[in-house]
Design a binder for this molecule. Structure first.
Ligand SMILES: Cc1cc2nc3c(=O)[nH]c(=O)nc-3n(C[C@H](O)[C@H](O)[C@H](O)COP(=O)(O)OP(=O)(O)OC[C@H]3O[C@@H](n4cnc5c(N)ncnc54)[C@H](O)[C@@H]3O)c2cc1C
Length: 523
């Protein structure tokens, strides 16, 4: 009897999972081993590359997947830790006979592609075939698109729409005919007999269940105190609840969605709930299929008038596809060296004080500090908020390299994604061909109307995240050091004592940095 291994890699879900469906649909496969591998190259040897919040989100995603496999399919998830190119061959040896199929999804990152090649070499043989499903994590088949003869690197919404037009037909209403998501399998084959014993760990591999993984992470303090704080709970169940609440059941929200008009400081009086969908953590972990989201948005759009790309929700997903293509076709995407999408700017020396003030939300700029504290606590930040803090760190005020900000985002963001995080830092630091003009800076103290869409009347977001300022009048809260001493005293917050004075003069630093940017471009 044949067996299969389904390796959940970037698609931690049952719905619309091509790798899982392929294995379930083969009648000659009688047993199926669902696995997840924690790769130290990704999370760090000891999870040091993931913040506690990100680690918890991953753990919850695995717990949810395991629960679904158990409850709906009488199966379970086996979790391993180590280099997948070593774990997979060991698993093949633990099975009585080599599996006939290893089915998983495709990763477009350089390390992911290297790993896929290794695994192909180590595991494929006349008995075992390996499938890397290229349509799991994106709408386009990235590999196929970038290798087609007429591929031209997209740098704008118009470019990416052109690529979509040449890939998908349009129906009579002008909607791209994106293939329907695959339904969850009706049945999943039982786990192989060799894996049914209680303690499966051997000299070759250590097996974790979600419970034993949680115990280990808790014991080694890798979950920190984030459990009491995290707002987004990981897993497909939560992803589908959020999808329903924010998209399927809110047609008006979807059809009126214009990204530049959404508030960077979340919903008024609800500083934890995004004004956008808040689905990015689930798309990145693969708990939600991007195709499922696209189709749900399309269903709403078919009901009545709706916004269009680039502002609409489909527009956001098109940006995502554009950056995935670029990250695959542009060499050294994550570097400022030999990267044709990155202008050579002479950024300042690493400044420990500035970097640490930025990261910990102690810059003396309440908006920046509120946002960075939000990131630390919840692992998420609105898109325009990311604009504000990344501009401030780089070309705006602090003149620090975008890569240092990117790495901090990477550790903390629940939606951290190699292709997208690099893309957006390139965009915001002003170095890419798709960047906004480098001289268009955001004011980190937007007391009134601003393209950052900050709520300034109550300033409740600032008061929530920077409680030192909770009694400050909104009029002064964005630049509290300018408040007369009497107001500071009344608000029980002396600037420089109870809350930091600004670490730079915002206008002077902006002027200087624009000069340096211009100089670098001319050099
Ligand atoms: C400096 C910086 C770093 C960023 N790093 C990441 C990252 O690591 N991972 C990530 O998913 N997004 C990243 N973004 C893009 C964007 O901020 C988030 O995708 C968005 O805020 C997620 O919130 P949402 O799900 O409510 O988005 P919505 O507005 O509801 O959009 C729906 C989906 O579209 C996609 N999307 C939206 N905006 C973008 C964009 N600019 N680029 C690519 N995809 C987009 C996301 O998958 C998102 O979930 C970054 C932006 C900046 C400025």
């Amino acid at each position: 009897m044949n067996s299969a291994i389904v390796w959940f890699r970037k698609s931690l879900r049952i719905d619309d999972n091509p790798a899982l469906c392929e294995a379930c649909n083969q009648s000659d496969i009688s047993s199926l081993l669902p696995i997840y591998i924690i790769d130290p190259m990704v999370v760090g040897e000891d999870f040091q590359d993931y913040s506690p919040g990100r680690t918890l989100f991953l753990l919850e995603s695995l717990e949810d997947l395991d629960q679904q496999l158990r409850k709906k399919y009488n199966s379970q998830l086996f979790i391993f830790k180590g280099n997948p190119s070593k774990i997979l061959p060991s698993l093949c040896l633990l099975l009585k006979s080599p599996p006939s199929l290893i089915s998983t999804d495709y990763c477009s990152e350089p390390e992911g592609r290297k790993l896929s090649k290794h695994i192909e070499k180590e595991c494929s043989n006349p008995v075992t075939s390996i499938s890397f499903h290229k349509n799991s994590h994106t709408l386009l088949n990235i590999e196929k698109t970038v290798s087609s003869n007429d591929y031209k690197e997209p740098k704008s919404m118009k470019d990416i729409e052109k690529i979509f037009s040449s890939t998908f037909d349009k129906d009579e209403n002008g909607f791209f005919q994106i293939p329907d998501p695959l339904p969850a399998p009706k049945q999943i084959q039982p786990i192989p007999a060799e894996f049914r014993q209680k303690n499966m760990s051997s000299s070759r591999v250590t097996v974790f269940t979600p419970e034993s993984l949680r115990d280990q992470l808790q014991h080694s303090n890798k979950l920190g105190s984030s459990e009491s704080h995290s707002y987004f709970k990981g897993g497909e169940t939560q992803a589908l609840i959020r999808l329903r609440k924010k998209v399927s059941a809110d047609v008006n929200f979807v059809n009126a969605f214009e990204k530049p008009k959404t508030s960077s400081t979340n919903l008024l009086d609800y500083p934890l709930e995004p004004s956008t969908t808040g689905l990015s953590p689930y798309i990145t972990s693969g708990s939600l299929s991007v195709r499922r989201l696209w189709k749900e948005v399309e269903t709403c759009n078919r009901i009545g008038p709706h916004t269009k790309p680039p502002q609409s929700l489909h527009g956001q997903l098109l940006f995502r596809e554009m950056f995935y293509l670029l990250s695959r076709s542009v060499e050294n995407w994550d570097s400022d060296k030999s990267n044709r999408m990155c202008k050579n700017i002479k950024w300042g020396e690493y400044d420990e004080e500035k970097m640490s003030a930025w990261e910990s939300g102690q810059t003396g700029f309440p908006l920046i500090d509120a946002l960075m504290r939000q990131l630390e606590t919840t692992g998420w930040m609105h898109h325009l908020a990311r604009h504000a803090v990344s501009c401030f760190l780089t070309r705006g005020q602090l003149w620090q390299h975008w890569k240092w900000g990117r790495d901090i985002f990477d550790r903390k963001l629940l939606d951290s994604d190699w292709a997208l995080n690099n893309a957006n830092w390139l965009w915001l630091s002003g170095v890419a061909p798709f960047s906004m003009p480098y001289f268009r800076l955001y004011n980190p103290c937007p007391a009134g109307k601003s393209s950052l869409n900050v709520e300034t009347t109550e300033a409740s977001f600032i008061k929530h995240w920077v409680p030192e300022l909770k009694d400050f009048p909104p009029k002064f809260i964005f630049e509290p050091h300018l408040a007369p001493l009497a107001i500071q005293k009344q608000a029980k917050c002396l600037i420089g004592e109870d809350y930091p004075a600004p670490i730079v003069d915002r206008k002077e630093s902006a002027r200087e940095n624009l000069g340096k940017f211009k100089q670098s471009l001319a050099a």
